[in-house]
Design a protein around this ligand. Structure first.
Ligand code: GAL
Length: 344
């Protein structure tokens, strides 16, 4: 296992950003940036031995700073949406930024995706950490947060999240990698076969905000309990799909503790991804809002060029009494792990 480091650029406010590459003994590698603790590339050999870069990203820091879409980034403090940007904790109401129509999204105006993290490396792992000060984006508590990325010889990319706060607060960290198992730049993930171990999902309103209702996937386009292509039902005339322009839903994952929650494969490269997590939910997002842009090595990205499987607490949880609580009490430890495992 090797970790190498290369200068990637300087942020607008003068911080140095480096690209760190974790290479395993099979010759597969993952490149990470201390800007946003971002996953910049994931290169896995297909059965013929050719390396395929299977995540969307950019070649320049400037592109990361100027584009939307959160490509590959660590999302915090709270991933996904909070209705009207308001939550109440210990009888105090907090008004967060409304940066997605009337709602708060992915940590606000300047989420973790836009910060430069501290770095430490050991063995085959790299830890990105930062202290999010009390009141940052109006969230309470000074939050010490870290994400450790490990890439092992079983082609498992392990994302291990820790956080601790000096005041009661809410936390929901995730990663926003857009995968395309046919190789980034191959423009449609509709042909990918997906299986999701979830019998229920949280219903959305027209702004993709969970209403609090938990519905069975059975009999709807959202049912991925048996493998089917992402594209098979995506254009059905169902209100949940119309609301989001495709899939953009929180699935209520079956079971508890660390378990396999999803499997995806490309019919073109036969590369596959299995996802494991100990979190309660996953946002399956079919890249509906991804606008046209230029990615790595001149690739062009657009709607459906990638899909995300963002492991998480259910969005809008404080407004929805049946959802697991994302509250982190003073001094308690937030600790979750997600594994993306690749094979050819
Ligand atoms: C996803 C979210 C989408 C969209 C996207 C960023 O996590 O579910 O609705 O906001 O992030 O463009």
């Amino acid at each position: 296992m090797e970790i190498s480091r290369k200068f990637f650029g300087k942020t607008k406010d003068g911080f140095n950003v480096y690209a760190f590459t974790l290479k395993n003994s099979l010759g597969n590698y993952i490149t990470l940036l201390n800007y946003g603790a971002t996953v910049q590339s994931i290169v896995i050999k297909d059965a013929s031995g050719a390396g395929r870069d299977i995540c969307l990203g950019y070649d320049t820091l400037n592109a990361y700073e100027n584009n939307d879409g959160y490509l590959g980034a660590c999302i915090g403090r709270v991933g996904n949406r909070i209705g009207k940007g308001i939550f109440t904790l210990n009888n105090i109401s907090y008004q967060l930024a409304k940066n997605d129509g009337d709602n708060h999204l992915h940590g606000g105006n300047k989420g973790f995706d836009k910060y430069v993290f501290d770095v430490s490396t050991f063995g085959n792992a790299i830890t990105f950490s930062r202290v999010s000060p009390d009141g940052e984006e109006n969230y309470p508590g000074s939050l010490k947060v870290s994400v450790t990325y490990t890439f092992n010889d079983d082609n498992q990319f392990i994302l291990d999240y820790h956080a601790v706060s000096d005041k009661d607060t809410i936390v929901n960290l995730t990663n926003h990698t857009y995968f395309n198992l046919s190789g980034e730049g191959d423009n449609d993930i509709s042909d990918h076969l997906l299986q999701l171990n979830a019998a229920y999902f949280t219903a959305n309103d027209q702004a993709c905000l969970p209403t609090g209702e938990i519905l069975p996937v059975s009999g709807s386009a959202l049912d991925f309990r048996l493998p089917k292509t992402i594209g098979q039902d995506i254009n059905l005339n169902e209100q949940q799909l119309i609301n989001a322009g495709g899939y953009d839903h929180n699935y209520v994952l079956d079971g508890q503790g660390m378990r396999q929650i999803a499997a995806v494969s490309s019919p073109k490269t036969h590369l596959s991804l299995k996802v494991y997590t100990d979190k309660p939910g996953v946002q399956f997002y079919s890249g509906n809002f991804l606008t046209k842009r230029t990615g790595k090595s001149g690739s062009s990205y657009m709607k459906r060029s990638g899909f995300c499987l963002e492991t998480q607490y259910f969005p809008n949880a404080l407004a929805c009494p049946d959802f697991p609580s994302p509250i982190l009490r003073t001094g308690e430890e937030y600790h979750f792990t997600t594994i993306y495992e690749f094979s050819n």
